[in-house]
Design a protein around this ligand. Structure first.
Ligand SMILES: Cc1cc2nc3c(=O)[nH]c(=O)nc-3n(C[C@H](O)[C@H](O)[C@H](O)COP(=O)(O)OP(=O)(O)OC[C@H]3O[C@@H](n4cnc5c(N)ncnc54)[C@H](O)[C@@H]3O)c2cc1C
Length: 458
């Protein structure tokens, strides 16, 4: 038995920062990690995928070189081993930095192994049982693999095993037309694979507004991706050295035969092998740990932070969980999850930056609202760069003049959206940004213009 003030299970996006804060406050901390330091974001999520997005963008731009007056002798080639090596170098640098920082942190002991509760405040790892007054669970999640007939009989890929791919799949079939699936689909299409995306819902990224889904589907199709929506995967089987995917759409059965299948149908929390029952920690039916507005579980002294609590699914929400818990536990500064404004990005090219409510959500509230949209073709910077796909949309509460939400699908949409996000955090009326003088030529300069062009949402 070893005694600590705090045990942190998992080194995702909140655990390591919390370890540093607890140690700085004089606490003796144990950190347990079973695989890669830095968790999903660093090793199989944000960092490697955005590195691959960068390689794919370079290939795409090189192919378009002629449009800019750039001549490149011969066809554009992709060296997949070099692409992977670059990705590994970037992710590896981050992983080693997290590992080093924890292992050299005075007051922090790192255990490498699988942690499992054996009692309320007792966690077994390897041959030891650690005990502490406080336990913070930061175990994250993994790809959810649905029980599609035959899927377990074929060598399917997930976001994790995609990280080992150092060759060009001839035909990648992506099951799932949402955020993770679409990023991989465009990446591999730009590398040169034939790509098919199969989505059950009637449109891609169905949580977004219809005009956003349609615009994304249009530019992916334009790049040569075969997008099949309203299509249910009913079976998967090996066919020689290829994989056949049977789909049913509108009562018709069809088959897509590819060389590789990527399952990107959703995520599930890593809570099924954590011994939560031994500690009496409650989960919801999907396995997410139930927490209150300050991320406390039903067991006093145990918190759940990051994706495993189901309150966020992003690196920034996990990091914000750390900030909330650290403020509440160490600073007597009462912070809450519900103070957070929904914000995220889809890293296709062009990217989608999102904040607050969608137009559909605003309509459902029934509140009088104002809307402003602008096609990226009207944005001079986008025109100059030759990247005019997409549009920007802002929604405002007519009475309070507060911004309700925005969708920026277009050049730098993932960055420009922060103009809106910060206005929302400031709880400022839209008229403040309407009078701000933004820099020309940028995409952001059109945000004040759009605020001056708000019309009633019909
Ligand atoms: C392909 C992909 C792309 C993504 N892109 C983005 C993006 O661009 N932007 C964004 O904000 N988010 C993105 N995400 C989501 C983001 O990666 C996660 O939200 C983020 O990593 C937060 O994770 P976390 O802190 O909850 O834990 P994780 O990062 O998942 O880490 C959990 C850690 O706990 C360890 N662990 C689990 N169980 C145990 C156990 N029993 N004992 C010991 N250790 C254990 C795991 O090994 C892991 O290291 C992406 C995700 C994927 C899959």
């Amino acid at each position: 038995m070893s005694d600590y003030d705090a045990i942190i299970i998992g080194t995702g996006q909140s655990g390591p920062s919390l370890a540093r804060r607890l140690v700085a406050a004089g606490q003796k901390v144990a950190v347990v990690e079973r695989k890669f330091f830095g968790g999903t974001c660093v090793n199989t999520g944000c960092t490697p995928t955005k590195t691959l997005v960068a390689s794919a963008y370079a290939a795409h731009l090189a192919r378009r070189g002629g449009e800019y007056g750039v001549t490149i002798g011969g066809p554009i080639g992709i060296d997949m081993k070099a692409v992977k090596a670059r990705k590994d170098a970037v992710a590896g640098t981050s992983r080693r930095a997290v590992e080093r920082s924890l292992k050299t942190l005075e007051g922090c002991t790192v255990y490498e192994g699988h942690a499992r509760f054996v009692a309320e405040k007792q966690v077994a790892v390897n041959d030891r049982v650690l005990e502490a007054e406080r336990v913070f669970i930061n175990v994250g999640g993994r790809a959810s693999v649905p029980p599609i007939p035959g899927l377990d009989q074929v060598p399917y890929l997930t976001n994790s095993s995609m990280m080992d791919v150092d060759f060009l799949p001839s035909h990648l079939v992506v099951l799932g037309g949402s955020y993770i699936g679409l990023e991989f689909a465009q990446i591999y299409r730009r590398f040169g694979s034939e790509v098919t995306v199969i989505e059950l819902a009637p449109r891609l990224i169905p949580r977004e507004d219809e005009d956003v889904s349609d615009a994304v589907a249009a530019f992916l199709r334009e790049e040569g991706i075969d997008v099949r929506v309203g299509s249910e995967v009913i079976g998967v089987k090996q066919q020689g050295n290829r994989i056949a995917v049977d789909i049913r759409s509108a009562g018709t059965i069809a088959q897509v035969v590819g060389t590789h299948v990527l399952v990107a149908i959703g995520r599930r929390p890593n809570t099924d092998d954590l011994g939560l029952d031994r500690a009496g920690i409650a989960t919801d039916p999907r396995g997410y740990i139930e927490v209150d507005d300050q991320l406390r579980t039903n067991v006093p002294g145990i918190w759940a932070i990051g994706d495993c609590n189901g309150r966020g699914a992003f690196t920034h929400t996990s990091y914000n969980d750390f900030e909330i818990v650290a403020a509440n536990v160490l600073d007597n500064d009462q912070r809450h999850v519900t103070d957070r404004i929904t914000a995220y990005a889809l890293y296709t090219d062009p990217p989608l930056g999102r904040v607050g409510m969608t137009e559909a959500e605003v309509r459902r509230t029934g509140k009088p609202a104002l809307i402003s949209t602008m096609p990226m073709e009207n944005v001079s910077r986008a025109f100059e760069k030759g990247e005019t796909k997409g549009f920007m949309k802002i929604l405002v509460d007519r009475d309070s003049q507060h911004i309700l939400g925005a969708s920026f699908l277009g050049l730098a949409g993932d960055e420009v959206i922060h103009v809106i996000l910060d206005m929302m955090y400031a709880k400022a009326p839209y008229t403040v940004v309407q009078r701000a003088v933004h820099i020309h030529p940028t995409v952001s300069e059109f945000v004040p213009t759009m605020m001056g062009d708000l019309k009633p949402l019909q």
